[in-house]
Design a protein. Sequence first.
Length: 593
Amino acid sequence: MHDKKTGTIYKVAGPLIVATGMRDVHMHDVVRVSEKQLIGEIIELRGDKASIQVYEDTAGIGPGEPVYMTGEPLTVELAPGLIEGIYDGIERPLTEIYKVSGDRISRGIDVPKLDREKKWDFVPYARVGDEVIPGDILGTVDETPAVTQRIMVPNGISGKLEWLYSGNATIVDTIAKIKDKKGKIHEIQMLQKWPVRVRRPYQKKVIPDAPMVTGQRNIDTLFPIAKGGIACIPGPFGSGKTVVQHQLAKWADADIIIYIGCGERGNEMTDVLKEFPELHDPRTGLSLMKRTVLIANTSDMPVAAREASIYTGITIAEYFRDMGYKAAIIADSTSRWAEALREMSGRLEEMPGEEGYPAYLSTRLAEFYERAGAVICNGKDNREGAVTAIGAVSPPGGDTSEPVSQATLRIVKVFWGLSAELAYQRHFPAIDWLKSYSLYDQKLGNYFTENIDENWSSQVAEVKFLLQQEAELNEIVRLVGFDALSEKDRLTLDCARLIREDFLQQDSFREVDTYTPPKKQAQMVAAILGWYHRSRDALRAGAEYRKIINMGVLGMIARMKYEPDNKWDGFYEELDQEMRREFAEIRSGGDAA
């Protein structure tokens, strides 16, 4: 069954189609192109001509073929059934498409975005007779053992709750009836639809003040991100962006993970699809997929759908935020998304900006990142939700002066700059501590100081100072040689090396080292700085530098990160005692060896 015919194809230029006779349509309306019913979206209107970006392959489509109007903008479906889903850039379920058409997505294929047959156990929360407003919770559905969906009153509807269902229902069954002030009865389903380019409303934004703990020592200690924060990970090819993002998806302290493979290589997305279902989620003890939504729009899929995939992901994240959850959206990578914008802009014959990107690149990036944040959600209970947005940037040649990196840096508050040099030295994560920064570090430092360790902020400041000093001393070493340094400066270099190798370097493929809780991070730093302070005092007291750098306790410091969390307290106590004993020997003139 076709929608209403509106126009005729006038020109085909790859994913861009120009159609005539389109006076009755609106910007961002979805249309169906040709008899093959390809999905497209109107991105420009000039008189009766409309430019349509098509989300499927347009090979074989030619002028004179019809265009059908749907009268709706590009929307996502929001309801139980989202979690554990694997979708393409416009929320078509890839698992269901595979069942219908096999390995390759057939053009014009039309399957429901969410399962309309499956029944969910709807448990009422509100009461008949209640006055409800948009965002109020009507009931709950246990979607997975890790996620309970809160079914909310849709936006634009308020009034008296006349009837509420209890029991098994599909997402299109009526589960509530609300009578508004005009006496009209609104039948409510679990299924909501929302235009992807329109941000979902909330009461107000709040300043993020709690950290999103990731278990990655370089991030949590030196460059933390808040729940509701925005961050970017720029880095050249091979510097470990994808591995860092996988680590964040696996371990970040978020209730819901939305992972978007936007224009990246298909084999990387395949790794995600294979790995995530097998991963043990430390929060729930279940598979990580039980709280994850995957959007796969790889580099060989239609370029226009890349542009939509970012908006699809952020809309799904906002939906879970409105329930009061802390959602994290991880986009890999926004550079490929920007390339899709550049291609469509070129086909529209718009005036190019820097390096061929459209002049509105910064605006579009801001539209995406600004939809993140911590908010007071709609509804009378004033629940708080948050969306944390983390985008990878893949600058050509690792040059962060290019337009996508620069536009992103003007928006985000956390910059985890990856270094090819560190990656070639096999130092992972290759986050360059001299280039990276976090604008949340003071507020979150106060949080860690109050809740984890009273010395947190002072220790972090000293670690950053020592790493900065190391960089300055290395310049001197290059000029005059290591032997020209004083013993105090040599000790600084030794301590910085311990920080780099025994604290910042982390093995994501080693179970005992892939995640480190904040308390253990603080104690690891305390152990290294404790050795440094005692060594400095011993040098002042006349101890030999040779004995200090050959202490047996340095072997224990090197083993710290491989000590299991359940044995950590005993190990840390033993390390502290051993350190005291060896320094006492050195001070008394004994040999620490």
